[in-house]
Design a protein around this ligand. Structure first.
Ligand SMILES: *[C@@H]1O[C@H](CO)[C@@H](O)[C@H](O)[C@H]1NC(C)=O
Ligand SMILES: *[C@@H]1O[C@H](CO)[C@@H](O)[C@H](O)[C@H]1NC(C)=O
Ligand SMILES: *[C@@H]1O[C@H](CO)[C@@H](O)[C@H](O)[C@H]1NC(C)=O
Ligand SMILES: *[C@@H]1O[C@H](CO)[C@@H](O)[C@H](O)[C@H]1NC(C)=O
Length: 488
């Protein structure tokens, strides 16, 4: 290792510390043969906190330093110099180790962006003591530094921090910026978290200033998703119009975006009004002509008749997570851990205008402690048990949260269609309501085994509850093809 004479005292210093630590553990473990002595004579002498403090204080003592890090920014005179230690830097970062190895002078020059240079002191302190305090606007530059220097634990910690702070209010928003950065940096977990946040919280994103700042790639990525949570498809179309007026995309992008709208999910009267009044449709109407035509066909016949002529299982006939009353209902359950609850609501049979007047009544049952394979298997039995003796069942620790959503009556209309049920769970992050989790399931109750599996329903402060209540929104989506699998 290239060590300047100046660095020697430090190395000795560290080695002594490490040796002292080893000695302690030897004394604790090695000094006593296991069989002969009882547990009570074992002791741990633990000075790890003090060691950390000494390591941290090394940064401030520039007389022990063996390398200077000169952090500078292209196109700026600003320079920050940190007196550091080859051993510690090498221990934490293989990138710095390589740079230091191939470097003989006592100064290492690092080029950083202005925002990274601003947080370099925090970054280097983390290298010495493994601890860091992060503000929202520092997360991204710190993540950049952690990525650049391969400080993986810090990078993972920052990704997690960012994932947990997507909902925080920042003027102009930050999630879109984080998403774009995550794509460049190849942090797939962060990218997917940002994308999911935008998709699940689309209604509020659409109304924020962040919406028009979306780049084309992100817009198209979002438009493809079936798990968008928003009021209706019309809301999405109108948001797209706003985005297009603001961003003036080229014809190819405009067409791709417009073709991602699911016109069949918009009632024919509204569709007709759009065709007459939307400036965007007036301009690009030709390129979605076939889709509009199909949408009108979809509305005029039963989906089953249509299925004879073309595939109704493609995405243009799949509904997203619409919150409008035609597709489901909110359900707030106070004290969810207490006992079983039931609720009932109506949805429209399907999105087709052909079915617009047909309603289905659904019975929903929520049970905080459901025993699978137990005697209480059907909704009817459940309903009967709600009369009084549900609490005879189990101790609180047994059973799993469970939800059943079944039609109240059977009818000929129902036999032809199957339904995907989606349960959206809201939570509060950073004081704001947001979608916490989405569960999809079909008739089979087995697929719901994960429902609220990690959720704590007992504590008022649980991250799945809002003021002690479980905020659900149930969406029922007709599927016209039994082969369609639940997709994200
Ligand atoms: C030593 O103390 C620190 C801080 O109190 C603690 O985190 C660590 O687990 C302890 N180590 C052992 C071996 O007890
Ligand atoms: C370095 O400076 C500190 C005071 O800042 C002093 O306590 C320490 O003994 C010095 N170490 C060496 C090796 O000179
Ligand atoms: C639609 O159904 C056909 C079979 O009829 C199947 O081959 C195809 O993969 C399905 N498409 C989707 C998107 O599920
Ligand atoms: C997320 O969406 C919910 C409704 O879906 C909304 O109430 C909430 O304000 C949104 N959160 C943020 C942080 O925009």
């Amino acid at each position: 290792m290239a060590v300047s004479p100046k660095g020697l005292p430090l190395l000795i210093h560290l080695e002594m510390l490490l040796a002292a630590l080893c000695l302690q553990s030897l004394e604790a473990e090695g000094a006593v043969p296991k069989q002969e002595v009882t547990e009570s004579s074992l002791a741990v002498i633990n000075h790890s906190i003090a060691l950390l403090q000494r390591l941290e204080s090394l940064l401030a003592q520039d007389n022990t330093s063996d390398v200077a890090l000169r952090v500078q920014t292209a196109g700026s005179d600003r320079v920050r110099v940190f007196q550091a230690h080859v051993l510690l830097l090498s221990l934490q970062s293989d990138v710095l180790q390589d740079l230091l190895h191939s470097h003989s002078s006592g100064t290492l020059i690092l080029e950083e962006t202005p925002s990274c240079a601003d947080v370099f002191d925090k970054f280097i302190r983390y290298l010495y003591c493994g601890e860091i305090t992060v503000h929202l606007d520092q997360a991204l530059p710190l993540h950049k530094l952690a990525s650049k220097y391969h400080v993986w634990a810090l990078r993972t910690g920052l990704s997690l921090y960012m994932t947990q702070h997507l909902a925080v209010d920042m003027p102009g928003g930050h999630v879109v910026g984080w998403y774009q950065y995550a794509v460049e940096a190849g942090d797939l977990a962060l990218r997917d978290s940002c994308l999911q946040y935008l998709a699940w919280n689309l209604s509020s994103v659409i109304r924020s200033t962040e919406w028009t700042g979306l780049d084309e790639e992100l817009l198209l990525t979002l438009l493809q998703r079936s798990d968008l949570v928003l009021h209706s498809e019309l809301e999405l179309f109108e948001a797209l119009e706003v985005w297009m007026e603001h961003n003036r995309p080229d014809a190819l992008t405009a067409e791709s975006a417009l073709r991602a709208i699911r016109y069949a999910m918009i009632p024919p009267l509204q569709l007709f009004r759009l065709q007459k009044h939307s400036a965007v449709l007036t301009r690009y109407g030709e390129s979605v002509h076939d889709l509009l035509h199909m949408a009108y066909q979809f509305h005029s016949a039963s989906p089953l008749q249509l299925a004879k002529y073309f595939s109704v299982n493609c995405s243009i006939f799949a509904s997203r997570n619409y919150l409008s009353p035609a597709w489901g209902s909110p359900w707030v359950i106070s004290n969810p851990a207490r006992d079983d609850r039931t609720s009932s609501f109506q949805t429209q049979l399907g999105p087709s205008a052909h079915d617009a007047s047909k309603r289905i009544t659904w019975n929903a049952l929520f049970s905080p402690r459901w025993l699978s394979g137990g005697p209480r298997s059907t909704l009817m039995e459940q309903g009967a048990m709600l009369g009084g003796h549900t609490d005879a069942v189990t101790a609180p620790s047994e059973g799993q949260p469970h939800i059943t959503i079944a039609p109240a009556t059977s009818s000929a209309d129902l036999s032809a269609v199957s339904f995907q049920k989606t349960v959206i769970v809201f939570a509060r992050q950073q004081g704001k309501e947001m979608v916490r989790q989405i569960y999809n399931f079909h008739q089979s109750t087995d697929e719901m085994s994960s429902f609220l599996a990690d959720a704590d329903l007992q504590q008022h402060t649980s991250e799945y509850l809002i003021d002690g209540s479980l905020y659900l929104h149930i969406v029922v989506k007709p599927l016209y093809h039994s082969l369609v699998v639940a997709r994200k």
